[in-house]
Design a protein around this ligand. Structure first.
Ligand code: FEO
Ligand code: CA
Ligand code: CA
Ligand code: CA
Length: 692
């Protein structure tokens, strides 16, 4: 295909614009969000302003961070957690073996064009972009790709991954994957970004969405092989009909010329992370949908213009020029079409006949993912992040309770649970004096970035709690509604996930280079660093461990970056015995209760990776890198089960200057090939338990 020039690849490996991201990632993933003004221009106060007013409830709510200042880190940059030498290690580091699930030799940061895993483990590509999913879909043939072929094949840029039981056989599993965005310049030969052909545009539409694929498990090795044409296999694309459900369904704000009822939207876009419900459906977040819409800059109506701007819609032509062949992507022709994206969608992987839903009760923003937790009384709570600099954390609490059992009635009931309930946004208050939160990342004198918080009600069913907003407006323009009630402006809330073991909720706050710059919000105790390049991980404990509670405690589990730097914190664990971690994105839990974090945009110079973090006892904060993904890729998924770890290696080779004709990665197919996003299955040799 393409003879590769190793010298050229070395030279161009790491040009980047924001953190560790390439300019190409910025353009195709987020529509260059970082180059545009911060959409949240509300004067909603930040934590530093309110801290003096705060009533300290720390004794009641404080999470269990280790006390004591961390000073004088001696760790070597770029060295992974070394097994502690008991003789040389400080007293606090004499922890002996790793806890269950974390007993593996960590991989070192690197810049390989490969997935690197610990010794004693095996890896296998389960499925890659272009592999057939549906019966009759052709094999991958990138020189001759068509929209029809793509609609039956695995989509591009896999992000969220779920691996579920298969109803027919314990040897089969159901794999569900999001396809966040297309990267046409890497995917298609002879691609002219200024004038794409209609067929190229249709390929892009078909490469988005989700895939449902049955896989067969090899009992001996744990290898997973797609079963092409299995009855559960599906492709959902940017043209698949979705039912608009919940309290905003049928709203005038959602009506278009093609859908005068405002109840059916075509397709799902920019599906990033997701979550599994306790009733067996999959949730997926529509994230940077703004980039697909053209001509917001020409809108003159001030109300519409402000609404578009708050969601980052601006300018003329879109980057993919879909508006050229489909007028719904032109806001001058279809002003409400953007309102039909930015939702949490729900699909039932076990029922291909059930049309996927857009859940308006969960609000509209740049949804990263959705982390459900069942309350003791059977109501379901969904935690969510709005991934934008200075945007917010949310939760939804259902009105009705989940029904147990697998009866048709229970299933029908549960598949409506996310249509009625209450939507909240989070406000966090630190417990340390404002003067001690100076933007440097230095721990305050109480030894922790921590405090309390409240969930502020936005809307419940048809009732709005935001002055000047109807309930429909709260759901469709959730960002503006939230601006009115004073939530905390966070450092890009990505995945928000409750621990199945403890109920504590973990939030990946990936970075925020604008924190403390210009007129932007200054540091606060939950977002304690100015020009925050590496991000932090927040641990949230609901009052009485009740997910329906209106108040909570919180603390920063990790302040990411170089362990040798003074502005990092690893849960109180000795910093000379942890792996460096930067830009946390997706979070998951293993069966032992450890937190696993995948990264996106490593600003320390290494490829992105997957890390395991101990949460309990003397190991709390121990952070070990389990794998790294190829050059230009980010680590997504992840799925962490007893014997399988699955990651989605998204956009390998997405580096400045790369193209179909000039690929800068050859993963996973090797020399002479173009890169392909793919899902990787890692197992322990002998198919034993991972990390044990
Ligand atoms: Fe698609 Fe927020 O990452
Ligand atoms: Ca504090
Ligand atoms: Ca993400
Ligand atoms: Ca990501």
């Amino acid at each position: 295909m393409h003879p590769q020039n190793p010298e050229r690849r070395r030279l161009q490996l790491f040009p980047s614009v924001h953190g560790g991201r390439s300019a190409m990632t910025c353009l195709y993933r987020c529509g260059d969000a970082c180059s545009h003004p911060v959409p949240n221009t509300s004067d909603n106060e930040y934590l530093g302003d309110v801290i003096a007013k705060a009533v300290s409830r720390r004794g009641l709510f404080k999470g269990g961070v280790a006390a004591g200042l961390v000073v004088g880190a001696t760790g070597a940059l770029a060295a992974p957690a070394a097994a502690a030498d008991a003789d040389d290690a400080p007293a606090s580091a004499r922890w002996g073996r790793a806890p269950r699930g974390l007993d593996f030799e960590p991989v070192a940061p690197n810049r390989e064009d490969a997935v690197t895993i610990p010794e004693g483990y095996e890896q296998q590509v389960v499925i890659a972009w272009g592999d057939p999913v549906l019966e009759g879909a052709p094999e991958f043939d990138p020189e001759n790709q068509t929209a029809e072929a793509q609609a039956g094949q695995f989509g591009y840029n896999n992000d969220y991954v779920a691996l579920l039981p298969h109803p027919d056989s314990s040897r089969k599993k159901v794999l569900v994957a999001n396809h966040e965005y297309s990267d046409e310049v890497l995917m298609l030969p002879d691609y002219d970004a200024a004038a794409p052909t209609e067929e190229q545009i249709r390929i892009g539409l078909a490469a988005h969405g989700l895939s449902v694929v049955t896989v067969q498990e090899d009992r001996r090795t744990g290898a997973l092989t797609p079963v092409v044409g299995d009855g559960l296999n599906r492709r959902i694309t940017a043209e698949t009909p979705f039912v608009i459900a919940g309290p905003a369904a049928g709203s005038d704000l959602l009506k278009t010329s093609a859908d005068p009822e405002g109840t059916t939207a075509l397709g799902t876009l920019n599906n990033c992370a997701g979550g599994m419900t306790p009733w067996g459906t999959v949730l997926s977040g529509e994230e940077n949908f703004n980039q697909y819409f053209a001509n917001a800059g020409a809108v003159t109506d001030p109300v519409q213009k402000a609404r578009l701007a708050r969601y980052g819609l601006s300018g003329g032509a879109s980057s993919r020029k879909w508006e050229t062949y489909d007028k719904r992507f032109d806001v001058l022709q279809e002003p409400n079409e953007p309102n039909r994206f930015g939702w949490i969608v729900e699909i039932d992987p076990y029922d291909p006949e059930w049309a996927p839903r857009k859940r308006t009760a969960l609000g509209r923003f740049k949804h990263e993912g959705a982390g459900p937790r069942l309350a003791r009384d059977g109501r379901v709570v969904v935690y969510m992040g709005d991934d934008e600099r200075f945007d917010y954390m949310y939760k939804f609490v259902s009105k009705e309770k989940m029904r147990t059992g697998n009866s048709r009635r229970a299933r029908e009931h549960n598949r409506k649970l996310l249509d009625e309930g209450t939507l909240y946004v989070a406000k966090l208050t630190g417990d340390s004096p404002a003067a001690e939160i100076d933007g440097s990342g230095a721990l305050p004198s109480d030894g922790a970035f921590d405090g309390s918080g409240e969930w502020i009600k936005l809307a419940s069913g048809d009732e709005s709690f935001v002055e000047g907003f109807t309930a429909e407006e709260v759901y469709v323009f959730t960002r503006q509604a939230a601006d009115k009630v004073g939530p905390t402006k966070m450092d890009r809330p990505e995945d928000v996930e409750p621990s199945p073991k403890t109920g504590k909720v973990y939030v990946a706050l990936t970075n925020n280079s604008n924190r403390g710059t210009g007129t932007n919000a200054k540091a606060d105790e939950a977002n304690p660093r100015h020009a925050n390049r590496h991000g932090q991980v927040l641990e949230l404990t609901e009052r009485h461990n009740d997910p329906t509670a209106l108040t909570f405690g919180w603390n920063l589990l990790l302040v990411c970056g170089d362990p040798a730097a003074a502005d990092t914190y690893f849960g109180g664990f000795p910093k000379d015995q942890v792996s460096p971690i930067s830009c946390p994105d997706n979070v998951a839990f293993d069966p032992h209760g450890n937190l696993w974090i995948s990264t996106d945009g490593n600003a320390l110079g290494s490829n992105d990776g997957l890390f395991a973090v101990a949460l309990e006892g003397s190991y709390r904060g121990m952070t070990k890198q389990f794998l790294t993904v190829p050059v230009g890729a980010e680590t997504c998924g992840p799925v962490v089960q007893e014997k399988h770890i699955l990651v989605a290696a998204q956009h390998p080779g997405e580096l400045t200057g790369a193209s179909f004709e000039n690929p800068l990665s050859e993963w996973p197919d090797g020399p002479g090939s173009i890169p392909r996003p793919a899902i990787v299955n890692v197992t322990k040799e002998g198919f034993d338990s991972i990390g044990c």
